[in-house]
Write a protein that binds this ligand. Structure first.
Ligand SMILES: Nc1nc2c(c(=O)[nH]1)N[C@H]1C(S)=C(S)[C@@H](COP(=O)(O)OP(=O)(O)OC[C@H]3O[C@@H](n4cnc5c(=O)[nH]c(N)nc54)[C@H](O)[C@@H]3O)O[C@H]1N2
Ligand SMILES: Nc1nc2c(c(=O)[nH]1)N[C@H]1C(S)=C(S)[C@@H](COP(=O)(O)OP(=O)(O)OC[C@H]3O[C@@H](n4cnc5c(=O)[nH]c(N)nc54)[C@H](O)[C@@H]3O)O[C@H]1N2
Ligand code: SF4
Ligand SMILES: [Mo]
Length: 749
């Protein structure tokens, strides 16, 4: 336990016992500050914020008790839609007061690539001046598109980052969404014309298809709400290679498939629907495009053939199809990671959205909802704030780099697919960049991306910490204020908007991400467009741009959330013109129908049907390789106590998983003479890492499960750079590897 954070470890462990299951904890948690740091007689004041420890959007509400300018206690925020808070949320206190945080801007004094970095402090003004001079130098010499504007996991600053990129004239804005939620968004758009990740079950939902999501660990507050629907009687089918707490808590039928074979399973699902007439014939006839072609294609995906491919027993598949299709309306809850990290996601996710569409459960209470909601996007910034019309006026779409490699991606998103960052830097197409909240281990074949960051002429990172695996490679590091210390952006639940105000002053010289980005904009000459660096003014303008008639004062007057009046409860808006910009009936697809066969994909030379292809590396596609590496490498499934590479050093969390772990099925472990807790080598044709073996029935025989983001055992040394041509997504979940015992007992890391 670190010296400043002396909350009783026993109290914390006791309170957070639920971590093993839903990871939700109620009650309040206190942090002791060093003696003398707080005036004893100072009054207590409760202030409200929300948590950013797992970077969900939106997040769980926190009530923070503040004394003498320091947070001394946190608890779940009352009357807030996402609540209570999990072990990570509570540990945000330990992060806030972590002495290892960076608290002043720093610049590198020795050239990159010349050994250990040497840093010296720099003032904010000098830092901004240097950034502006480097970015403008690159712009003048080579063009604005040579500067990268990138956000890693933090979702909150994306509106501000995108605004900055557009003002600068660069379409080279990217985010971690190009390995995260965006494949699902894209597939949903291809099929239904609307961006969606599914819709959580409500009181009107009869059944729910959960496709590769484990909210028990990845989104605990959401899991609680889903469990309430389970208790009410909603039926659940969960598709997951592992036996997770979501499976054990919720599933009526669990389809435990071989990772990466989701496409075959989804086509098998449709096969049974068509064979048994288990679809909404009227809806399919009138509102879908390509049904005949799809039903002909799924003929070959009989449950028996699908069993061979996916390892899911044919009878289970039949049971699942009947459960969903005979309990309508049905809804779909799909993943932003799980099955999406596959070279065939652009096809399989379309088949999944097709399933739910064919049940006719679209835009009806309890089914898959079809907006439109409030005019904010996922990161709570409106399109006008991001200056999308300026992006179009300047023709930025025409000069973006990803449009040849990933044309469908470029068709949908005003952000680039960053899969080919190493190639773009090597070709001189990206020469400088601002990297906000970025961890180089997030990409497959980490060293390639590390080299790219290092090879840029100038890079500035903005972070809470100095992380050597990323920041050794940059020229400048700016200290970001943490969530308790900042304003922006809003949290939005349905039609309710919550404002976040700082709860305490930023540590040292830390500044809010929004402020930093706006101030960089000012230094680049966009003083007016960046509100002179004033975050509140930016938010006020963003609200004005929504045309909802709301001001910051309105939000301030409603700490319990401002409910925006209005909102249509209309169902089946596709019949009345409520879904399309042109107000014609139908869906926002080229044909105006649900595209079971995609016309957008055909336009870019892809197969319109959601065809099944084996993962690039698998026991089926590369049997020779599988002789040497006989286990499926499934990496990145979330654990309740860490977020990606973050939080590893927080003592309250670190005790739950202090070292890198590989999970193996007992059959695979005994075949290799591996005992629980042994030190093992996980390796394949790309590289190797050392981890501790955990033997568990959680995983399927023949598959291993490894969390990502361990700098001492980076699993992305073993994942390949074979990207799905439709979405650009990497195959984190379906490589091949082997595991070998190297030692006994606890490893030293
Ligand atoms: N093998 C494998 N790789 C994966 C995945 C997988 O499942 N398997 N998952 C992929 C997915 S879905 C994702 S989202 C990515 C995530 O990958 P990253 O985006 O790299 O996420 P983190 O490791 O959380 O790194 C975030 C960095 O931002 C800093 N940070 C956090 N919050 C803030 C903030 O508010 N402001 C600022 N300025 N800095 C902040 C943290 O200190 C940290 O250094 O990884 C991807 N990589
Ligand atoms: N604690 C914690 N919470 C997080 C995060 C975190 O790092 N830590 N990260 C956040 C982010 S950025 C994201 S994107 C979300 C992700 O949220 P989730 O998608 O729920 O997270 P995962 O656990 O990666 O994947 C869900 C399930 O997919 C299964 N799966 C793996 N491979 C396959 C496959 O090939 N097919 C199928 N059908 N299923 C498969 C896994 O076994 C896992 O149980 O979590 C968010 N929440
Ligand atoms: S689930 Fe936990 S880490 Fe994520 S927002 Fe809620 S409290 Fe924070
Ligand atoms: Mo993600």
């Amino acid at each position: 336990m670190n010296a400043t954070n002396t909350v009783s470890r026993r109290t914390f462990l006791k309170g957070s016992a639920a971590v093993a299951g839903a990871a939700l904890v109620a009650g309040s948690y206190e942090i002791a500050h060093p003696e003398g740091a707080i005036a004893e007689d100072a009054p207590l004041e409760v202030k409200y914020t929300y948590c950013d420890m797992c970077n969900h959007v939106p997040k769980c509400g926190i009530a923070a008790t503040v004394k003498d300018g320091k947070v001394v206690r946190v608890e779940a925020r009352d009357k807030y839609p996402a609540s209570p808070i999990c072990a990570k949320g509570i540990s945000s206190l330990q992060e806030l007061y972590d002495p290892h945080r960076i608290t002043y801007p720093m610049v590198r004094t020795n050239p990159k690539g010349t050994g250990a970095p040497e840093w010296e402090p720099i003032s904010w003004d000098d830092a901004y001046a240097r950034i502006a001079s480097e970015f403008n130098r690159i712009k003048d010499a080579y063009g604005p598109e040579k500067v990268l504007f990138y956000c890693g996991d933090p979702k909150e600053p994306r509106g501000a980052m995108q605004r900055l990129a557009t003002l600068f004239g660069s379409p080279t804005y990217g985010s971690e969404s190009s390995t995260c939620a965006a494949a699902t968004w894209m597939c949903s758009q291809l099929v239904t014309g609307q961006l969606s990740m599914g819709t959580d079950p409500s009181d009107a939902t009869a059944s729910c298809l959960v496709w590769s999501l484990n909210p028990a660990w990845s989104q605990p507050y959401r899991f609680g709400d889903m469990m309430k629907q389970k208790e009410r009687g909603c039926k659940f089918v969960v598709v997951d290679p592992r036996i997770t707490p979501t499976v054990t808590g919720m599933a009526d039928v669990h389809l435990q498939l071989r990772p990466g074979t989701d496409g075959a399973l989804a086509l098998g699902f449709i096969h049974v629907m068509v064979r048994d007439g288990l679809y909404d014939k009227e809806f399919v006839e009138q509102w879908t495009h390509g049904f005949d072609e799809l039903s002909a294609y799924v003929q070959e995906f009989t449950p028996e053939r699908v069993e061979e491919i996916t390892w899911v027993p044919a009878a289970k598949l039949e049971e699942a199809v009947h459960l969903i299709c005979e309990n309508l309306p049905a809804t779909l809850v799909s993943s932003s990671a799980g099955a999406c990290h596959a070279t065939n996601v652009g096809n399989f996710q379309r088949a999944v959205f097709s399933i739910i569409s064919m049940t006719g459960s679209l835009d009806v209470a309890g089914g898959l909802s079809m907006g439109p909601g409030l005019p904010f996007d996922y990161s709570a910034s409106t399109a006008p704030f991001r200056l999308e019309s300026l992006y179009d006026e300047r023709g930025l779409q025409d000069i973006r780099y990803d449009k040849d490699d990933f044309p469908v991606w470029a068709h949908y998103f005003k952000m680039i697919q960053t899969a080919h960052l190493p190639e773009l830097v090597a070709d001189g197409k990206i020469r400088a960049g601002v990297l906000l909240g970025v961890n180089s281990m997030m990409w497959p074949q980490t060293p390639e991306y590390q080299k790219a960051i290092q090879d840029m002429e100038f890079t500035v990172a903005i972070d809470y910490y100095m992380r050597p695996w990323t920041h050794d490679l940059v020229d400048m590091l700016l200290p970001a204020a943490m969530c308790y210390e900042r304003m922006a952006p809003f949290a939005i639940f349905g039609r309710k908007i919550f404002l976040r105000e700082p709860v305490v002053e930023p540590a040292g010289q830390c500044r809010e991400d929004w402020r930093i980005l706006l101030e960089i904009g000012c230094a680049l000459g966009f003083e007016e467009e960046c509100y002179g660096g004033d975050v509140e003014a930016a938010l006020e303008d963003m609200l004005a741009k929504t045309d909802l008639g709301i001001t910051m004062a309105d939000l301030r007057a409603h700490p319990e959330g401002y409910e925006v009046p209005g909102g249509s409860k209309d169902e089946r808006k596709y019949e009345t013109g409520g879904l399309r910009k042109d107000k014609e009936p139908g869906f926002s697809t080229p044909t105006g129908k649900i595209e079971l066969v995609s016309e957008v994909l055909k336009q870019y030379g892809f197969e319109g049907l959601p065809v099944y292809e084996e993962p690039v590396y698998s026991p089926v596609s590369t049997p020779d390789l599988a002789k040497d590496y006989s286990l499926v490498l499934n990496s990145g499934s979330r654990v309740p106590y860490y977020t990606h590479s973050k939080l590893r050093d927080l003592p309250w969390l670190n005790q739950f998983m202090p070292e890198p772990v590989v999970r193996l099925h007992p059959d695979d472990a005994s075949a290799r003479g591996i005992a629980d807790g042994d030190q093992v080598r996980v390796f394949n044709q790309f590289g190797e890492v050392t981890m501790k073996a955990e033997i568990t029935n959680l995983v399927l025989p023949g598959v291993i499960d490894v969390f990502h983001g361990w700098h001492q055992a980076d699993i992305n040394l073993l994942t390949s750079r074979d990207f799905d041509p439709i979405t650009g997504f990497p195959p984190f979940r379906s490589g091949l590897c082997e595991v070998e015992r190297t030692g006994k007992g606890r490893m030293v890391v």
